[in-house]
Design a protein around this ligand. Sequence first.
Ligand SMILES: C[S@@+](CC[C@H](N)C(=O)[O-])C[C@H]1O[C@@H](n2cnc3c(N)ncnc32)[C@H](O)[C@@H]1O
Length: 217
Amino acid sequence: MTLQIVNEQVEKYMRGLLTRHDDPVLLEMEALAAEKHFPIINRHVGVTVEILARAIGARRIFELGSGYGYSAYWFARAAGPGAEVHCTDGDAENAKQAEQFLSRAGLWDRITFHVGDAVTAFNGVENDWDIVYCDIDKHGYPEAWEAARDRVKIGGMYICDNVLWSGRVAVDDRGDERPQWTEAIKKHNAMIAKDERYESSILPIRDGVMVALRVAD
Ligand SMILES: C[S@@+](CC[C@H](N)C(=O)[O-])C[C@H]1O[C@@H](n2cnc3c(N)ncnc32)[C@H](O)[C@@H]1O
């Protein structure tokens, strides 16, 4: 059994408040996701990560799992001109599409896109980050957190999508096709909750967004 975290009508109501962001490139990216059943973070979480990034003045952002650039659209807007937003994806086709979309949106100037394994790319780039955002295949979540946790600046954030995984982290799903992904997300969430260098909480919007603010060395 899986759960819709936010009541469908409430979700629709909240989405209806976000129409002023209807820029043609964004609408095209959202239409593509709907057509291809591609799992983007979608509008509500997009606006939320933009708010988080703006709130801490994030200028160096590393995304693990960028797809064709939808989440990067929000981070890149927040970070502003001259910022550094690194994207990663295993699929070169996604990188090409991201370049097309984000160029048209006037945001490509601040993007570096790495094609290949996200955590390997992250480990290959030096320096610390204002935000590390994770949205890779879920069995990789514990490794992503382990790679990121010492490299988020104090005052910076680790943000991760799908941490409630349609409720499977809390409710026994006998039909779970990927129990190892559910276990990995649970391990990831528990590790973050225990880390005293971070203040963390899960925003129960869409599929659950982990927000962990680094407060200590
Ligand atoms: C959920 S989608 C990301 C969507 C994107 N964050 C957004 O909201 O627009 C996950 C993406 O990460 C990529 N991916 C999954 N695991 C990966 C890994 N270990 N390394 C690099 N890319 C990965 C997939 O190819 C897919 O495009």
